[in-house]
Ligand binder design. Structure first.
Ligand code: ZN
Length: 289
């Protein structure tokens, strides 16, 4: 196996998407394991409380809203992808019945998992390759605005030189359609005629085939963009601001978020530029918390 073959195998992992639903379990498990190798972790990870908690927190913070999170699934299921090994699983019932293991079994039998020997021999000591792989995994699954937050949670800093170029017309057209104002708060700071801190957000993420069309965009200030991509709020089919019940904060948070609850957002004048309800619905289901 060469580094390129490993990269292809990692980026080719199936089940990242099912009918446009977000399923970030495997990408997050891989990024977690890779980041731990940077700290000098050995090849295999024991399924223990600290791993369960770390991966659980990543899934909860950056994955779609679920009533329960299962870090044990990717720990186990990655073995079908050609570069991941699971050890001490002989006693697990799931091994015989071909179902997912119970977390309790993984603890009980001291099951370990990690990149297989071939993959580990390529990764071991190659920090540059590991960082590149983490960056590729994250940029295939998450919008640019929240990748630095995931990296921080993993305890790494990514070189953003590799971030893909986006369609330059998207930003231009979206900002123009919204008259260079944040759709939520109306923020419109300019230096002469150049907007500062205004961004074009994708409603349905590019990573899930959301197009670079104005009706899949919103002009948002940097703050509202990040909060939107993290699912802190969404936009209903009546174009009203819907806030996550998880939000809390003081006076500034009140002013910047709670005061806009149920407010109608600013919309483009032309009907064909107004956010498409299908894309808004995707955001509500797959990103909103
Ligand atoms: Zn704003």
């Amino acid at each position: 196996m060469t580094p390129d073959e490993l990269k292809t195998a990692i980026l080719g992992v199936k089940c990242w998407q099912r009918n446009d639903q977000r399923a970030p379990n495997k990408p997050i498990m891989m990024a977690y394991a890779l980041s731990r190798y940077l700290d000098g972790h050995e090849q295999f990870f024991l399924y223990e409380e600290s791993l369960h908690q770390d991966v659980h927190d990543l899934l909860k913070r950056f994955g779609p809203q679920r009533s329960i999170y299962h870090p044990e699934y990717p720990f186990w299921r990655l073995k079908n992808d050609g570069f991941w090994t699971v050890n001490n699983d002989d006693e697990c019932k799931s091994r015989k019945s071909n179902t997912d293991p119970a977390k309790s079994e993984l603890y009980k039998y001291g099951v370990t998992a990690g990149f297989d020997d071939d993959a580990f021999s390529i990764l071991n000591g190659n920090a540059q390759l590991i960082l590149e792989l983490i960056e590729s995994i994250l940029s295939e699954n998450f919008p640019e605005s929240i990748i630095p937050d995931i990296a921080a949670q993993l305890g790494i800093e990514l070189n953003t030189l590799h971030v893909k170029k986006r369609d330059p017309n998207f930003r231009k057209n979206v900002l123009r359609a919204y008259n260079y104002q944040c759709a939520v708060c109306g923020y419109d700071l300019r230096m002469d005629d150049v907007s500062v801190g205004l961004e074009a957000a994708h409603i349905k993420w590019k990573q899930f085939h959301g197009p670079c069309d104005v009706n899949n965009g919103l002009t948002l200030c940097s703050l509202h963009h990040k909060a939107f991509d993290k699912g802190a709020f969404s936009i209903t089919e009546n174009f009203k601001v819907k806030l996550s019940e998880s939000l809390n904060g003081g006076e500034q948070a009140q002013r910047l978020f709670f005061d806009y609850e149920d407010n109608q957002i600013r919309l483009p004048k032309k009907d064909n530029l107004i956010p498409n309800l299908g894309y808004l619905n995707w955001h509500l289901k797959e990103v909103f918390k």
